[in-house]
Design a protein around this ligand. Structure first.
Ligand code: NI
Length: 173
């Protein structure tokens, strides 16, 4: 197991559209284990492969502490096939440390995905599980939570964002 370095705002990999995972094999499962370790190490509730520099449609999530569940989960090639109701939540991101914003998103989603065994599943998610999955799926499409803020709120955050870009260029990994 390994803790992987997290890519920060300003890194172009965060803006790329990730490619589907072709085969769910041991290499993918090892990567998922490392991503779970990395998520826990950084006190996160979700992490997308792009955030560790890999443009793959793979994410890990764990909202068990708040909304129940059986611990960390792996989602491969996830696709939201239905969404309903609205819910506001203060959202942050491991790639934008120290920043957060109240965002409206659907409360519930129906998700189609492959699990770590490669099986295709369909499952409903709510509250924080649903929120984390929507946030991480945005990452798979090169989208960040700040893109969903109103232009005025985003303008207020611009200075902090520019500082983050500067920092990310100073970090050599
Ligand atoms: Ni994020």
């Amino acid at each position: 197991m390994a803790i992987l370095p997290i890519r920060l705002y300003g890194d172009p990999v965060l803006r790329r559209k990730s490619a589907p995972v072709a085969v769910v094999d041991d290499e993918i499962r090892r990567l998922a284990v490392d991503m779970v370790e990395t998520m826990f190490e950084n006190n996160g509730v979700g992490l997308a492969a792009a955030q560790v520099g890999l443009s793959l449609r793979l994410l890990v999530a764990d909202a068990t502490h708040r909304d129940g569940g059986d611990g960390p989960r792996v989602f491969i090639n996830p696709e939201i096939i239905d969404a309903w109701d609205e819910w506001s939540f203060d959202e942050g991101c491991l790639s934008l440390p120290g920043l957060s914003a109240d965002l409206m998103r659907p409360e519930g989603i129906l998700l189609r995905y492959h699990d770590e065994t490669g099986s295709e599943c369909e499952e409903e998610f709510h509250q924080l599980w649903s929120r984390v999955l929507q946030h991480e799926i945005d990452h798979l499409d090169g989208r960040l939570f700040v893109d969903r803020m109103s232009p005025m709120r985003r303008a207020l955050m611009e200075r902090k964002l520019r500082e983050l870009v500067k920092e990310s260029k100073n970090v050599s990994l």
